[in-house]
Design a protein. Structure first.
Lengths: 399, 316
C-alpha cells in the first residue's frame, strides 16, 4: 500500500519535473513571460495620463453683438473641457471646420438672447459636434451640460444682482443682503474619498494586470503541454505505462502552478516594489488568491489542450480566452455594464473573479466578494474534473 | 490473439489474425507499409480495441491490463516520441519514473539502459540534437530501462543504416536470450532471419506464421539446387529420380531443381547427368533471399484473393 503510494508520488512528480525542465530549457520564453508583462504594465503606468484633451471649440457670435470676443471668457464656462480656438461670426466657416474635424465643438450663440430672456422666453443655443467615439460623445454631452449650468448660473447671478439693487432702492437697508453668487449657486458639494488607496491608474490596474497575466500564462503554457504529447505519440507511452490520468494531471498542475507562482511572484514584486502598488490585505491573502486563480486558469489551459486538434488550435483558443478576458472580465469595462446573458460569460472566466478579488484585497485590504472566491474555486474544481474525465478517455485509447 | 479483426471507418486494417508468441522468443511481424503491423501492436499494448476477436498478453486482456502487468511490458512506438528539449539521460529518467522508480532507484538503471544502446557518452545531449539513429537507440533505452519481460517494438530499424540495424538486432537477440519475449515489426524482410518466428502480414491478412526457414521451404517446396551445364539439358533426365520434386528451366544450360535434401540429392543428380552425357559446370545450393520468399508468399495470397473475387463476380 505504502509502496504503491510512493510509486504514484514518483510518477506524479516525474511529470512535474519534466514540464519544468522543458520550460527551463527555453530561457527566452521564460524571460519574456516574466519581463514582458511587467514592461507592458510599466509603460501603461508611465504613459497613460487618463486625461482627455479639451474639445477644440469654435464659438459663433451673432452680428453686432456686445458679447465678449475673448476666448478665455468662453473657456471659463466649462473649465478644462473646452479649448476655444476660434471666436467668429461666420457660422458657415465654423461648420466647415467642424465637418473637416479641424474643431471638435461648435457653439452658436443666438441673436438677441438677452431680450428674449427679459420677455420670459427660454433661449436655445446650438452646440454641435462631429464624433464617432462613444466615449468622446459622452464627454461632449458632459461639457455642454457643464457649460449650460455655468451660463444659467451667470444669468441668475446677474438677475439677482439687478433685483437686489432695485429692492434696496425701494426698501432701503431692510433688505437682507444675500450674495448673487449664493442665489445663483445655493449649494456646493464638499468631496472626500475615504478609500485608503489614492486612486491612480497604476494602483487600480496593477492587480488587474497581474490577474490577467497570470491567467494568460497559465492557459497558454498548459494549453500547449498536453496537445503536443497527444499529437506526437508520447501519449502512447502513458497508455502503456502504469500511469493513470490523475497522476498525469496532478503532475502537470503542480508544475504549472509552481511556474505560475514564480512568474506571479516576480511580476508582483516588480509591481509592488517597483511601481508602489499597495498590498493592504497582506501578502498571505494575496498569495492565496493568486494560487486560487492559477488553479482555475490551469484548468482552462488543460481543457484546451485536451480538446484541441492541433497546436495551432490550442494557441487560437488561448488567444480567444485572452480576448474574452480583456473585454468581459471587468479589466476595461465594468462587468455590470453588460446585459445579463453576457455577464454569464464574464463570470465563467477565472480572471473576472481574480481581478475583483485581487483589487479588493490589495487596494482595500478586505475581501467582501466571498461568492467570487467560491466561484473561482468552483470553476477550478469543475475544470479539473472535466479534464480528468477527458484525459481518462484519451488514455483509454481509441475504441 | 485469436480471430482478431480491426476496422477503421469501414476499412479493415487487420483481418481475422490469429497468432501465438512463445515466451522467450522473438516474433517478427513483417509486411509492407500499411499491412497492419502497427495496428496489431497497438491492439496488443491495449491502446486500440479490436473490432472482433480475442487478445491475451501475459494472460490478460490488454485493454484491462493491471498495473503489475503494465510494469512488465514495454512499448517502443514507430515515431520518435520522446522530449526533444530533455537530455538523453532525462528522457530515460522520465520513463523510469513513469514506471515508479524514484531518483535513487533509477540512476543505475538509466546508466545500464544508455550503455546498452551505446549512448552513455551522449547522455547530456538533448534528444532533439541526436541523429535519427541515436534517437531510435534512445527510444530503445527508454523501453529497456524498467527491464520489461515483454517488449513490443514497432519498426526499431526504420530509416537506420545497416550497421546500426545489426547492432539493434543483436541487442534484441541478447534480450531474447535473457528470457524476454519480443514482438518486433519491420518492413525489412531480410530481418526475418533474426527472428525465431515470423508472421507475414499483407493488407491486414496473416499470410504465413512460421520460422523463416520453413517459409522458404513452403515457397520452394524443398531445397533448391542451381545447375549450370555446357549444353541444354532435357528435364526428362530427372523425371525418374524420386529425390527431385520440381524442375524449372532457367535458360540455355541452366536449370533450378527442387529437392527434399540438397546434401543427399547432389551426388545422385551429378551421376544422372553424367549418365546422360551432360557436362556439368556447376551444381550449387541456391539460398533464395527472404525478399524473394515473402514476395512470392504475398503474390500467392493476392492471386488467391483475386481468384476468389472473380468467383464472387461470376456467381453474382
Amino acid at each position: 500500500m505504502l509502496h504503491d503510494a510512493w510509486r504514484s508520488l514518483v510518477r506524479t512528480t516525474s511529470f512535474m519535473g519534466k514540464e519544468l525542465r522543458e520550460v527551463w530549457r527555453r530561457p527566452g520564453v521564460l524571460a519574456s513571460m516574466v519581463l514582458g508583462p511587467f514592461l507592458i504594465m510599466l509603460l501603461f503606468g508611465l504613459g497613460y495620463t487618463g486625461a482627455r484633451a479639451a474639445f477644440r471649440t469654435a464659438v459663433v457670435l451673432p452680428a453686432d453683438t456686445t458679447l465678449p470676443q475673448d476666448a478665455d471668457f468662453y473657456e471659463g464656462l466649462a473649465p478644462g473641457r473646452i479649448d476655444v480656438v476660434n471666436v467668429t461670426q461666420d457660422e458657415s466657416a465654423a461648420e466647415r471646420d467642424l465637418r473637416a474635424q479641424r474643431v471638435d465643438l461648435m457653439v452658436v450663440v443666438p441673436q438677441d438672447a438677452v431680450n428674449e430672456l427679459r420677455n420670459g422666453k427660454q433661449t436655445e443655443f446650438l452646440v454641435a459636434w462631429n464624433e464617432v467615439d462613444p466615449v468622446n460623445d459622452g464627454l461632449a454631452h458632459l461639457a455642454v451640460s457643464s457649460m449650460t449650468a455655468e451660463i444659467n448660473a451667470a444669468i441668475i447671478r446677474s438677475a439677482a444682482a439687478e433685483g437686489i439693487d432695485i429692492a434696496e432702492g425701494q426698501l432701503g437697508p431692510r433688505v437682507t443682503n444675500i450674495s448673487p453668487d449664493v442665489i445663483a449657486k445655493p449649494t456646493q458639494a464638499v468631496t472626500q474619498n475615504v478609500s485608503q488607496t489614492e486612486p491612480s491608474y497604476v494602483n487600480f490596474f496593477g492587480p488587474a494586470v497581474l490577474a490577467l497575466v497570470l491567467q494568460h500564462l497559465a492557459v497558454t503554457l498548459t494549453a500547449l503541454s498536453m496537445v503536443r504529447e497527444r499529437l506526437s505519440g508520447q501519449i502512447d507511452l502513458f497508455r502503456v505505462a502504469p500511469v493513470n490520468s490523475m497522476e498525469v494531471l496532478v503532475g502537470k498542475y503542480l508544475a504549472y502552478a509552481l511556474l505560475s507562482l514564480l512568474i506571479a511572484g516576480v511580476v508582483g514584486a516588480l509591481m509592488i516594489f517597483g511601481l508602489g502598488v499597495p498590498v493592504l490585505g497582506g501578502y498571505a491573502a494575496s498569495l492565496g488568491l493568486v494560487l486560487l486563480l492559477a488553479f482555475a486558469s490551469l484548468g482552462v489551459g488543460l481543457l484546451i489542450s485536451l480538446v484541441a486538434d492541433s497546436e495551432r488550435q490550442a494557441v487560437q483558443l488561448s488567444m480567444l480566452v485572452l480576448l474574452a478576458s480583456v473585454f468581459f472580465s471587468g479589466f476595461v469595462l465594468p462587468v455590470e455594464d453588460f446585459i445579463g446573458p453576457v455577464q454569464y460569460i464574464s463570470y465563467a472566466l477565472p480572471v473576472t473573479h481574480g481581478i475583483a478579488t485581487l483589487q479588493e484585497t490589495m487596494l482595500r485590504g478586505t475581501v467582501s466578494s466571498w461568492p467570487m472566491l467560491v466561484a473561482l474555486a468552483g470553476i477550478g474544481l469543475a475544470l479539473f474534473a472535466i479534464s480528468l474525465v477527458r484525459l481518462r478517455l484519451i488514455l483509454r485509447g481509441a475504441r | 490473439m485469436s480471430g482478431v479483426t480491426r476496422r477503421f471507418n469501414g476499412l479493415t486494417a487487420v483481418n481475422d489474425v490469429s497468432l501465438q508468441v512463445e515466451r522467450g522468443t522473438i516474433l517478427g511481424l513483417i509486411g509492407p507499409s500499411g499491412s497492419g503491423k502497427t495496428t496489431v501492436i497497438r491492439m496488443l499494448t491495449g491502446t486500440l480495441e479490436p473490432s472482433e476477436g480475442e487478445l491475451r498478453v501475459a494472460g490478460q486482456v490488454p485493454r484491462r491490463f493491471s498495473r503489475s502487468t503494465r510494469e512488465r511490458i514495454a512499448y517502443m512506438p514507430q515515431l520518435f516520441s520522446l522530449y526533444p528539449d530533455l537530455t538523453a539521460e532525462e528522457n530515460v529518467g522520465f520513463v523510469a519514473a513513469l514506471y515508479g522508480f524514484s531518483w535513487f532507484g533509477r540512476t543505475e538503471r538509466i546508466r545500464r539502459a544508455l550503455e546498452t544502446v551505446d549512448l552513455w557518452d551522449a547522455r547530456r545531449r538533448r534528444a532533439g540534437e541526436l541523429s535519427g539513429g541515436m534517437q531510435r537507440r534512445l527510444e530503445l533505452a527508454c523501453a529497456l530501462v524498467h527491464e520489461p519481460q515483454i517488449l513490443f517494438i514497432d519498426e526499431p530499424t526504420a530509416g537506420i543504416d545497416p550497421m546500426l540495424r545489426q547492432a539493434i538486432w543483436s541487442e534484441l537477440r541478447r534480450m531474447r536470450d535473457e528470457g524476454r519475449t519480443l514482438l518486433v515489426t519491420t518492413q525489412y524482410v531480410g530481418e526475418a532471419e533474426y527472428c525465431d518466428r515470423v508472421a507475414l502480414l499483407d493488407e491486414g491478412h496473416l499470410v504465413a506464421n512460421d520460422t523463416a526457414e520453413a517459409m522458404r521451404q513452403m515457397v520452394f517446396g524443398g531445397e533448391v539446387l542451381d545447375l549450370e551445364a555446357e549444353s541444354d539439358v532435357r528435364p526428362e533426365i530427372l523425371t525418374d529420380l524420386r529425390e527431385v520434386q520440381g524442375v524449372r528451366s532457367m535458360g540455355r544450360g541452366r536449370m533450378r531443381i527442387t529437392v527434399a535434401d540438397a546434401g543427399s540429392a547432389a551426388p545422385i543428380l551429378l551421376e544422372a547427368f553424367q549418365s546422360a552425357g551432360v557436362r556439368v559446370i556447376s551444381l550449387d545450393e541456391y539460398q533464395p533471399g527472404f525478399d524473394e520468399v515473402f514476395a512470392e508468399l504475398v503474390r500467392r495470397r493476392r492471386a488467391e484473393r483475386d481468384g476468389a473475387e472473380a468467383d464472387q463476380h461470376r456467381a453474382a
